[in-house]
Design a protein around this ligand. Structure first.
Ligand SMILES: Nc1ncnc2c1ncn2[C@@H]1O[C@H](COP(=O)(O)OP(=O)(O)O)[C@@H](O)[C@H]1O
Ligand code: SF4
Ligand SMILES: [Mg+2]
Length: 329
């Protein structure tokens, strides 16, 4: 299997939820993920960014096999995810969630928490599990004495190290980090991001790093996928994305990270109009009510994705741009 071959792949994945419209108003369908095709290449760190509510967590839960797509396919090494058994999947893909306060059981000690995936899948003898836990705590920079502590006795950063240790204990190939630093103080965020970088170098991990903040993924990701209202609107290498964003929404996100304190809360995209209601998405290009470059066509026609050497972009501006460069009318 070469380095470029996708380890995880989404093909045309859509996920709908039935949601209540309110008292006596029945239900509606909310498309949280809308026809997403995306691959995670072996050894890369792929960033997934977009404002809160755009579908990042839903997409990660689908990749983890915790949620089934309404349509489309999820492949691991070219095989459908549904066919992989839970133990095989857990050995390959592990999550680190946003909030180390709620994702760790407060009644278990650190060593019990970190050993839990080994217990669940009955891996190794208890002595072997203990050794693996000690080794993993070392790996994430936690002193061995914390093994008998409870999450409530630790700082936010230490707890997120425990969550990372729990993900690593199965020696997975892929780690899906969903907003891994959003609940942490700014001063601690970069320590956790640096730890993720070091672990990737040391263990050859593949990451999907999810954040509402481009500044967070810039630190780690080689490639970035930008999500808006359930769709991936741009994919590009990180360097190129920061040098020349092609989708107006990416440009707005980039401007938002140039604020004095990036990393705090939801980025202010300076787009004026607020994020649309996903139960009632705008017609045509879903970004059109907020887009500074909106044209007439954007209101009624969804742009076709343009794929080229730089990645993928969904915007009416791009094909035109390309035609102009080629001298076509
Ligand atoms: N279990 C669910 N039932 C109904 N709606 C949901 C559910 N999970 C997520 N959603 C909706 O799907 C959209 C995407 O949510 P989510 O994937 O959590 O976005 P993000 O992680 O980018 O903030 C939101 O509008 C959210 O309210
Ligand atoms: S398709 Fe139109 S509205 Fe959508 S991002 Fe491009 S220019 Fe803006
Ligand atoms: Mg989320």
């Amino acid at each position: 299997m070469n380095e470029q071959s996708p380890i995880l792949e989404l093909r045309g994945v859509t996920r709908n939820f039935r949601v209540s419209r309110g008292l006596m108003r029945g239900t509606a369908t909310l498309k949280a993920v809308d026809d997403v095709s995306l691959s995670l290449r072996r050894g890369e760190a792929l960033g997934l960014v977009g404002e809160s509510g755009c579908g990042k967590t839903t997409l990660s839960r689908i990749l983890l096999g915790l949620l089934a797509p309404s349509s489309g396919e999820v492949l691991i090494d070219g095989q459908t995810l549904a066919a992989a058994d839970p133990k095989a999947r857990a050995r390959r893909i592990q999550p680190v969630f946003q909030d180390p306060y709620s994702s760790l059981n407060p009644r278990k000690t650190v060593s019990q928490i970190v050993a839990a995936p080994l217990d669940v899948h009955a891996i190794g003898t208890s002595a072997e599990r203990e050794r693996t836990v000690v080794r993993t705590l070392d790996l994430v920079g936690l002193p061995r004495r914390v093994a008998d502590s409870y999450p409530g006795q630790m700082s936010g950063g230490q707890r997120q190290r425990v969550a990372i240790a729990r993900a690593l204990v199965m020696q997975p190939e892929v780690i899906i980090c969903d907003e891994p630093t959003s609940a942490l103080d700014v001063s601690v965020q970069s320590q956790i991001l640096n730890l993720l970088l070091d672990l990737q170098k040391e263990l050859g991990l593949t990451y999907l790093l999810i954040s509402h903040n481009l500044a967070v993924v810039e630190h780690i990701a080689n490639r970035v996928a930008v999500m808006y209202l359930g769709r991936i609107v741009e994919v590009s290498s990180t360097t190129r994305l920061f040098a020349e964003a092609r989708h107006p929404y990416t440009t707005a996100l980039l401007q938002s990270v140039l604020t004095p304190e990036p990393g705090l809360g939801i980025p202010d995209t300076h787009l004026g109009i607020s994020y649309p209601n996903p139960m009632d998405p705008p017609s045509g290009c879903a970004f059109h009510p907020r887009c500074p470059a909106m044209m007439d066509v954007c209101r009624h026609q969804r742009p076709e994705p343009l794929r080229d050497d730089h990645g993928r972009v969904e915007c009416h501006l791009r094909p035109r741009h390309k035609q102009d460069q080629e001298g076509n009318p």
